[in-house]
Design a protein around this ligand. Structure first.
Ligand code: AMP
Length: 180
């Protein structure tokens, strides 16, 4: 089921645009104002659940830190596990790493090597707050795949269409609740 105009308005109106953060020229989509609004947060989770209905999802992989906010309630509702994707040095057991290019410099993300050890080729949903250039979601895809997971969908609260981040992702459903 598609989101109603009223539901999308609740989400849109509770996201705060912060100009020039974290650097000049970037308009930061601040979701702290959405998740602190109980109606908006509930609406977003309910919409994700509706749009993911019928998909077999074993794990939800989420890059730190805002991905965690979405993964936990979705995992509960979709009867899935949560897989944390973190910066180096944060996960306590043996990890796999993936380094990727940013506009300036590079970044590295990690996953526990045994993240999916109890399941062969599990179906994994990747979730985050914003799909911008797609670098983070693409790196998460690499890590999930390297750990033996099968990325079957992406769920993003916000997609910045002008950056075409989806061109970096696998040819599977990409659910974005809001497009800017
Ligand atoms: P990406 O360029 O798709 O790799 O985005 C990098 C990470 O930074 C993602 O986890 C996004 O949540 C976050 N991000 C990128 N651009 C924005 C933005 N304009 N507002 C808020 N978060 C952003």
């Amino acid at each position: 089921m598609n989101a109603s105009p009223e539901q999308l308005a609740i989400l849109d109106s509770t996201i705060r645009d912060v100009p020039d953060f974290p650097k000049p020229g970037i308009v930061f989509k601040d979701i702290t104002t959405l998740i602190s609004n109980r109606l908006a947060f509930k609406t977003a989770i309910d919409l994700f659940v509706e749009q993911l209905a019928g998909k077999e999802i074993d794990f939800i992989a989420c890059p730190e830190a805002r991905g965690f906010v979405w993964a936990a309630p979705l995992a509960y509702r979709l009867d899935a596990g949560v897989t944390l994707i973190r910066k180096p040095g944060k996960l306590p057991s043996a990890t796999l790493e993936h380094t990727f290019d940013l506009e300036y410099g590079s970044d590295t993300l990690t996953i526990h090597a045994d993240a999916f050890a109890d399941k062969i080729s599990p179906n994994v949903l990747i979730v985050d707050d914003v799909l911008a250039t797609g670098g983070t979601a693409a790196a998460t895809t690499e890590l999930v795949t390297a750990a033996g997971g099968n990325v079957t969908a992406y769920a993003m609260l916000i997609e910045l269409d002008f950056l075409n981040g989806r061109s970096c992702l696998l040819d599977v459903p990409i659910i974005s609740l809001l497009h800017y």
